[in-house]
Write a protein that binds this ligand. Structure first.
Ligand code: COS
Length: 389
């Protein structure tokens, strides 16, 4: 049996189905009515954050021993998908909480987990992930932010860009160069920076096409002092921690994409059944039927790949990077295509904000860009294929 042959089957457990349905209901009742306004005002939905915290949804990725739910990756993705069906911005609150915490989940010490996880699991604190810089996007190893050791502290100088929730997170996992003399992938370390640290600021927010209620911040570090107890893992482990984090976080973006696609398909199907032209519902026309069927095929295909990928990753597959990249690649492209077609099915009504599909189309685009562009996902998949022994 070669590594590329999938061996782990999956079937959603009773618990997972119950959680998915509960989150879906909550999203339909409480988040869907807010989605258009969140997009229009581009304000972070504090009420949704509180709702997710109150229902233990923000606690899903954290181990039970630190007050979390201890959910597996597939369960986290089911929740992200269910929320994204109605509001991609709101789903990102969970996805970013997981992303920011992953360096600690993967490489944090028991003391660090004990110190930070209970507040994160309860949703009292938010955590963000700061890898990207103006000149270090796809080339994550090109980071220039520096952390210089000074006694029992590190002094951080530099800047980060495109950091989701970087302006409001209580904690941020920050990647910085600790040894400029070391080889390219051995020179980075990861630190937890606490909000309010002197010298830390978020001077600017981006104006974005989509996920408009999720703030995207530029961060500045000006002699920010961090105790060495806040270093995650060993010096030089930073690049590996970042890559392993992305391996586990990309499926949540795939889940966001699947949710967005499903939301758009639901709206388009309902519309096609009701909207009448030429004396009958437009769903009677085969050209429209073909579009709906293709949208369903793309969405369901992406979903099945995502669930499978989660199962493989959770089982410790040595092909984790490939599964992770595959599911984001397929789901991101599906979301873009399905939402674009949903706008087409609705015609002129799809292009105005009376219906949610134009928002979904704008939101879908980011899933092809962040946590690694689709081009980077292809590169990761191709490397996995070429590296096989
Ligand atoms: N897990 C563990 N280690 C990994 C790894 C992974 N997923 N991917 C790479 N590494 C290790 C490699 O094994 C290699 O180790 P050795 O030096 O011991 O051989 C080292 O890291 C360097 O790997 P590689 O040569 O593949 O690194 P590159 O600089 O070529 O970068 C890509 C690889 C392009 C995949 C990486 O830079 C990347 O993922 N870029 C996109 C970043 C991204 O997603 N940004 C979004 C910001 S977060 S929202």
């Amino acid at each position: 049996m070669t590594a590329q042959t999938a061996t782990t089957g999956y079937r959603l457990t009773e618990e997972q189905l119950m959680l998915r349905d509960a989150v879906r209901l909550l999203a339909d009742e409480k988040i869907a009515p807010r989605a258009a306004e969140i997009d229009r005002t581009a304000e972070f939905p504090t009420d949704v954050r509180e709702l997710l915290a109150a229902h233990d949804i923000l606690g899903l990725p954290f181990p039970a021993e630190y007050g979390g739910v201890g959910a597996d990756l597939l369960t986290v993705c089911l929740a992200v998908e269910a929320i994204s069906r109605v509001c991609a911005t709101s789903a990102l609150i969970l996805a970013v909480q997981e992303l920011g915490a992953l360096p600690l989940l993967l490489a944090g010490s028991p003391e660090q987990k004990q110190r930070w996880f209970p507040d994160l699991a309860a949703g009292r604190h938010l955590i963000a992930f700061a890898l990207t810089e103006a000149e270090a996007g796809s080339d994550a190893a090109a980071i220039r932010t520096r952390a210089v050791r000074d006694g029992d502290e590190y002094v951080i100088n530099g800047g980060k860009r495109f950091i989701s929730e970087g302006n409001l997170a209580d904690l941020i996992t920050v990647f910085a160069v600790t040894d400029p003399e070391a080889e390219r992938h051995r020179n980075l370390s990861c630190f937890v920076v606490e909000r309010g640290s002197p010298g830390f600021s978020a001077p600017r927010l981006e104006h974005k096409m989509g996920i408009r209620g999720s703030p995207t911040a530029e961060l500045a570090f000006d002699d920010v002092r961090v105790p060495s107890a806040n270093r995650v893992g060993e010096e030089g482990d930073g690049f590996s921690i970042a890559m392993r984090t992305l391996d586990r976080s990309r499926p949540a973006i795939a889940a966001q994409a699947v949710g967005i696609a499903q939301g758009a398909l639901d709206v388009a199907s309902r519309y096609a059944a009701e909207r009448r032209q030429f004396g009958r519902p437009i769903g009677d026309f085969q050209l429209v039927q073909g579009m709906l069927a293709d949208m369903d095929a793309a969405t369901e295909g992406a979903r099945q790949l995502l669930y499978k990928a989660c199962t493989e990753i959770e089982a410790g597959s040595r092909d984790t990077s490939r599964w992770s990249a595959l599911c984001k690649l397929v789901a991101g492209d599906a979301a873009m295509r399905v939402t674009t077609d949903a706008v087409q099915v609705l015609g002129g009504y799809g292009y105005i904000d009376e219906f949610p599909v134009e928002r979904m189309m704008r939101d879908a685009k980011i899933t092809q860009l962040y946590e690694g562009t689709q081009q980077i996902q292809r590169l990761v998949v191709a490397r996995a294929l070429l590296d096989r022994d």
